[in-house]
Write a protein that binds this ligand. Structure first.
Ligand code: SF4
Length: 424
């Protein structure tokens, strides 16, 4: 097929020296991922082994589980557990037995570690192994950590998906695996576009149900839809699967480049590619243009939070005319975001990790038109007259692929426009 590669800037940011910071950080913990994962995986249950703080975080972030039978909960570690006076394993066994007898619909149980369970070194991997034997074949028990000690909030999804990879069945089939939890409507659009090009069979990780046909092997090729899946990427490569590197599917250009990389892998011809993508692409361009009018020429500063920062900076600078001052990301996996870094023109500071006070100083000195940051930093910055966008909204809002491209640009243009209106 004809090359669909976007035009690269004279110098991209792949080799830009990275400002590495290892100071205090202001981010949510990985438990947050449960909020969107539990909606995707319809026979899974997420049992957080944590404190009342963890339970409160989940309850207030989810907020809406009053009428539904929830698919997550917290096994609270009491003071006697934390002081080592009770056998937390025995209590956990009891909790799980109670839960599974009450909820026969559960087919996958995730024991989710937290700061308190890590502090007392509760071995949830051993507990999961023990329970897998006990409850097989009906329930599969896995574990991962959502602890906030060394993680950021999107890593919860990465850790969850990575925990599933080693237990996937082996296959020799040549299949495409889409990796990343997307809202159903967005996932359907992606599957439709790829299916219309004749690409298949396609599997999705995470699958809706434990018995969906999901397997992995040396003939599996996989495309990531989220840039924060570094551990899952490594786990899939350990199983022999091969990654299709591409810019992430944000905006017209990112979506086209992502689809083109998958299409090239499956030998789709140019005419088919054009036929399938032309109409949604035109809609995306039109929708982006409407929002970009407010963003053109405006500056943006990213604090590290969602790990979406680099692909979003690429989208906002190239398709919306913004100028990136600093692009901070909690971690930079060049195997994943390298293609986006290639397209991001040299200029912004690229920083990894955080030293929040130093970064706040840089932000205040730059006075960007828009700052993308966590909830904890947004209010103080707004009080200082800076417009902000909460990074967490970017994972709770459908923003991938063509049909959401206008909404993605709109997420950034709204606060800029509001500021303009207020200062009239
Ligand atoms: S896992 Fe840690 S950071 Fe997250 S809610 Fe629990 S105690 Fe707080």
């Amino acid at each position: 097929m004809t090359d669909q590669t976007p035009i690269q800037p004279a110098r991209g940011c792949r080799d830009t020296p990275v400002l590495k910071e290892r100071g205090q950080r202001e981010v949510f913990c990985g438990l947050t991922g449960i909020i969107w994962l539990h909606r995707k995986m319809q026979d899974a249950f997420f049992l957080v082994v944590g404190s009342r703080t963890c339970a409160h975080l989940l309850q207030s972030a989810a907020g809406v589980m009053i009428f539904a039978e929830p698919r997550f909960g917290t096994a609270i570690l009491e003071e006697k557990d934390l002081a080592g006076l009770a056998d937390a394993h025995e209590e956990l066994d009891r909790e799980v037995a109670r839960l599974l007898s009450r909820r026969p619909d559960i087919r996958q149980l995730f024991l989710v570690g937290s700061c308190p369970s890590e502090v007392i070194k509760l071995d949830l991997a051993r507990a999961a192994e023990r329970m897998t034997v006990q409850y097989a074949p009906k329930v599969r028990v896995l574990n991962y950590s959502g602890s906030g000690i060394e993680t950021t909030f999107t890593q919860g999804e990465d850790a969850c998906l990575a925990s599933m990879v080693p237990v996937l069945p082996e296959t020799d089939a040549r299949e495409l695996l889409l990796v990343g939890a997307l809202p159903d409507v967005v996932e359907d659009q992606a599957l439709q576009l790829l299916g219309d090009m004749g690409i298949g069979p396609i599997r999705v990780l995470p699958a809706h149900r434990a018995d969906d046909e999901l397997a992995v092997g040396e003939n599996t090729v996989f495309a990531l839809t989220q840039p924060f899946l570094g551990d899952t990427h490594a786990a899939l490569e350990r199983r022999g699967a091969r990654h299709i590197p591409a810019p992430f599917p944000f905006g017209d250009e990112g979506t086209t480049a992502w689809l083109a990389a998958v299409a090239a892998e499956f030998g789709v011809d140019q005419e088919t590619f054009e036929r399938v993508t032309a109409a949604p692409r035109a809609r995306a361009r039109k929708a982006i243009a409407a929002a970009a009018a407010d963003l053109n020429g405006k500056s943006i500063f990213f604090f590290p939070d969602s790990q979406l920062e680099i692909p979003l900076a690429r989208f906002l600078t190239r398709e919306c005319g913004m100028e990136a001052i600093e692009v901070g990301a909690p971690y930079i996996h060049k195997d994943l975001v390298g293609p986006d870094l290639d397209l991001l023109a040299e200029g912004p500071v690229i920083s990894e990790g955080q030293d929040v006070d130093l970064q706040l100083d840089r932000c205040r000195a730059a006075r960007p038109d828009l700052t993308v940051c966590g909830l904890g930093l947004a209010n103080p910055l707004e009080a200082e007259g800076l417009s902000t966008k909460w990074a967490i909204e970017l994972v709770f809002t459908p923003v991938h692929f063509y049909e959401q491209a206008g909404d993605l640009a709109g997420l950034f243009s709204r606060p800029v426009r509001r500021k303009g209106v207020l200062s009239l």
